[in-house]
Ligand binder design. Structure first.
Ligand SMILES: Nc1ncnc2c1ncn2[C@@H]1O[C@H](COP(=O)(O)OP(=O)(O)OP(=O)(O)O)[C@@H](O)[C@H]1O
Ligand SMILES: [Mg+2]
Length: 347
């Protein structure tokens, strides 16, 4: 049996990396985390799911690394190694042939940041001349089935771990967009700070994320919920427990939710009236894991007086979008250049 050149759709996210393989669907969906030795050579012990399973069980000699911050590469070597591991795992035996790929990139990145992302992808084995970068909100819009090539306006707001990107799309291109470095991680941070200030307890990121998912909301809840949080007492340094109320979590999440709302308002205010009218009718589509915060869709809908729809499978929209473009390569040529960052011509 001959090998077939693999076509991949890659969404390299701050929290999760997903890889779509043509005709197969999403085959990699793992946290963007590595566990490495603390020593200067930083030997890698585990990547992705395996690394997450090790968290909290590691000895003092190892450390967990999240190589991406706010959607951008913070630790280049670790990103390269992680991406190479995921790509190899995704393509398995057909690794003899260099894959082609469509990969998401944050919008509004500098040419230097774009080249760094390209370099990491090429290191992971992607054929350089067949690597296409597509802006994340465009990919997310394709992934949730919006009519991106039609002469009507569609709006997508992707709320990831590291950033929120809001964009209005029409005729295969991004008409207006804005990115802020506020997403799920900043929500977790807001909860950590609240508990520090009001309960004198330091909690970990994972605990904060659990509290966000179990108690958090963008609108006040009718029935108060409560949960016990475990952390370290900031005065005695000993393990300590406190009771946390959903109303407290709601208060801490107010600022990040407001920041997301004003980002959407800003993009809408810069959208041509006809296209804004289309968005009024068809609604704002929310994608990304952070969009799953309880009540966030209703909060935005009530503030803007517009329909807001949470995408089906929000955490996979961007990967499904680049996957769709990998399956339908000819569509890449219909993407408007401003959002279709094809860089074969760049040095
Ligand atoms: N039910 C939920 N409620 C609130 N937040 C959630 C929920 N489920 C997941 N999240 C958050 O979604 C975020 C991860 O989303 P996603 O996988 O879309 O991010 P990413 O693509 O890795 O990041 P980015 O696109 O910013 O680089 C995490 O911060 C996680 O806490
Ligand atoms: Mg994302």
């Amino acid at each position: 049996m001959g090998y077939i050149v693999p076509y991949l759709g890659i969404d390299l996210g701050t929290s999760y990396t997903q890889i779509y393989v043509r005709k197969k669907g999403i085959v990699i969906d793992e946290p963007s985390i590595l566990v490495a030795d603390r020593s200067a050579r930083r030997t890698i012990r585990a990547i992705g799911d395996e690394a997450k399973a090790l968290l909290g069980r590691t000895t003092g000699d190892t450390t967990a690394v999240k190589p991406l911050v706010d959607g951008l590469i913070n630790d280049f070597d670790m990103t390269q190694d992680m991406l190479q591991y995921f790509v190899r795992k995704a393509i398995g035996a057909s690794r003899l042939l260099k894959p082609r790929a469509v990969m998401t990139v944050p919008s509004h990145i500098t040419p230097v940041e774009r080249r760094v992302l390209r370099k990491a992808a090429v290191f992971s084995g992607i054929r350089e001349t067949h690597l296409h970068l597509v802006e994340k909100p465009f990919a997310a819009a394709v992934g949730c089935g919006l009519p991106v090539f039609d002469p009507i306006g569609s709006m997508v707001v992707d709320i990831g771990g590291g950033s929120t990107e809001a964009a209005v799309i029409s005729l295969g291109g991004i008409v207006a967009s804005k990115t802020i470095r506020i997403g799920g991680s900043k929500m977790d941070e807001a909860i950590i700070n609240h508990i520090k200030r009001n309960h004198n307890i330091l909690i970990g990121e994972n605990t904060a994320e659990e509290m966000k998912m179990s108690l958090g909301s963008a609108l006040p809840l009718k029935n108060e919920r409560r949960a016990l949080v475990k952390g370290r007492d900031m005065i005695t340094n000993l393990p300590q427990t406190a009771e946390l109320l959903s109303s407290e979590v709601f208060e801490s999440l107010r600022a990040p939710c407001q920041a997301i709302l004003s980002t959407i308002q800003d993009v809408l205010s810069r959208t041509p009236p006809e296209l804004a009218g289309d968005v009024m009718r068809s609604g704002i589509h929310l994608t990304g894991g952070g969009a799953q915060l309880l009540g966030l869709d209703q909060y935005i809908a009530s503030e803007l007086n517009m329909p807001v729809l949470l995408a089906k499978d929000p955490m996979s929209c961007a990967a499904l979008g680049v996957g769709h473009l990998a399956d339908n390569y000819e569509q890449l040529h219909r993407i408007n250049r401003s959002s279709f960052l094809r860089e074969e011509n760049e040095e």
